[in-house]
Design a protein around this ligand. Structure first.
Ligand code: ADP
Ligand code: MG
Length: 443
């Protein structure tokens, strides 16, 4: 029998001597295996990343094309006279504008790059260009540039005050002439809707400039021997089918319901309305409402991007006569509509119905503003489909009032990672007013 036992549990079948690996060799082998597995994991992550985001080389191709476009654009713009951003004398019933915010740190860190070109104060009809990065079938890269013409375009250097002067200021004049005016901020979450309407401690929002001018108008036009008009303010959000009062923190408050009176006018039952007589009390009222909105959203494990927030001011004369109404509407994130469903692997029922509700209201809003615009052109009483959603139903009187005026600021994120949402936002804005043809390509 040739088999001989050489060590416990092992048998020797040929004459090759068996040597036990040294402890150091075992350690080296272990380290090597660990290193190989780390390398394999890193390679896998890199290949996934490469598939997801463009390589530096691709990005460079896109950036070079965009820079070449901008060089030409800058030369054209330099030849144009500067136009004023003050829209006080503007009397158009509907104004649809676009505002590009600056790139943020996250976008810069993500190798995202700026794909929106526009200039605030140069074009008589403001033009905005979106440079869409594309790949041909042969895998070569190119940029398709889409152009949109809106009433005004604000670039990343614009301030809330400039936006106010061009868009909100004409509304103030109109409210005192009996107008029902509405200011909408529409756009993707994170594109600057809330920043535009409500601002931050460093930069007041549209609402603050508007209210400053409303009070100054009241103070300069009220004779000293008369009591001045007062403001009745309400602040609420539409979250799915529910209306949440942002001025009433009581969680057991009676639910707010929508009722029509015999003339068809819409009233919100149980909604808190506060009388405000000074600018400082109005500013603190808005702060109160905003913090309640944040707390409620946090408690419900939700986000403010899923609701429409409405801040309404009614100017009422001292004998109780309604002078005019201003509504500032911070709309739900436009990406919350149907397209968000396709990005979510398996949306639950709640997410689906939320998305459907938001979608319904944004589509309905578009139809109502379009109907308003057509009515203005035809000078006839066209049908405004305000019953299409709770949002538009609540704003019914603003849509039907002869003296109504509407401003929509479409806010856009400039980063390449937001290109689809940016194009969707501009197409929506374009359809609202049907001014230009979207998708005109310059590729
Ligand atoms: P949205 O309400 O559309 O979700 P936000 O208004 O909250 O977006 O804006 C997201 C972030 O970007 C905020 O931190 C805001 O301060 C900042 N931001 C938005 N627009 C601008 C702008 N025009 N200039 C500077 N910062 C902005
Ligand atoms: Mg917001």
């Amino acid at each position: 029998n040739q088999t001989a036992t050489t060590s416990p549990g092992k048998t020797k079948t040929d004459s090759t001597p068996i040597t036990t690996p040294s402890k150091t060799a075992l350690e080296i082998a272990k380290l090597k295996a660990a290193r190989d597995s780390r390398r394999a994991a890193a390679a896998e992550i890199k290949s996934i990343q490469d598939a997801l985001c463009p390589s530096e080389k691709e990005t460079r191709i896109y950036r070079t094309e965009i820079n070449a476009f901008r060089k030409q654009f800058a030369a054209v713009v330099a030849e144009l006279p500067e136009i004023s951003v003050d829209g006080s004398d503007d009397d158009s019933r509907i104004r649809v504008c676009v505002r590009k915010r600056p790139m943020n740190k996250k976008e810069l860190a993500k190798e995202s790059y700026d794909i929106v070109t526009t200039a605030t104060t140069r074009f008589p009809h403001s033009q905005v260009y979106v440079h869409e990065p594309k790949t041909r079938v042969d895998m070569s890269k190119y940029i398709e540039t889409h152009s949109f013409i809106l009433d005004h375009s604000f670039d990343e250097t614009s301030t809330n005050e400039q936006v106010y002067l061009a868009t909100g200021k004409p509304l103030v004049k109109s409210i005192f002439e009996g107008g029902m005016c509405t200011f909408f901020a529409y756009g993707q979450t994170g594109s600057g809707k809330t920043h535009t309407i409500f601002g931050n401690p460093a930069e007041p929002g549209i609402y603050s400039y508007t209210c400053r001018d409303i009070f100054s108008q009241i103070n300069t036009t009220t004779p000293p021997d008369q009591q001045s008009p007062h403001l009745r303010c309400s602040f609420f959000e539409i979250y799915g089918p529910k209306i949440n009062d942002l001025l009433n923190p009581n969680p057991n408050a009676a639910p707010i319901t929508l009722c029509e009176d015999k003339h068809g006018s819409v009233n919100l039952m149980n909604l808190h309305e506060e009388i405000v007589t000074s600018l400082s009390s109005l500013l603190s009222l808005v702060q109160r409402g905003r913090s309640l909105r944040t707390t409620r959203a946090t408690n419900a494990n939700s986000e403010s991007s899923r609701s429409h927030a409405l801040f309404q001011i009614r100017i009422v004369s001292n004998d109780g006569y309604l002078i005019g109404v201003l509504s500032l509407v911070d709309l739900a994130g436009s990406e919350r509509g149907v397209d968000s469903i396709s990005f979510t692997a398996k949306p639950d029922k709640k997410t689906q119905s939320e998305a459907a509700e938001i979608n319904k209201s944004l589509l309905s809003l578009k139809e109502c503003i379009r109907a308003l615009y057509k009515r203005g052109l035809d000078e006839e009483n066209g049908h405004v489909p305000f019953r299409g959603s709770k949002l538009t139903h609540i704003l019914r009187d603003s849509f039907l009032c002869r003296e109504s005026r509407t401003v929509m600021v479409a806010t856009i994120s400039p980063g390449s990672t937001s290109v689809e949402h940016t194009l969707n936002t501009l197409r929506y804005a374009d359809r609202v007013k049907e001014l230009g043809k979207d998708g005109s390509s310059y590729s």
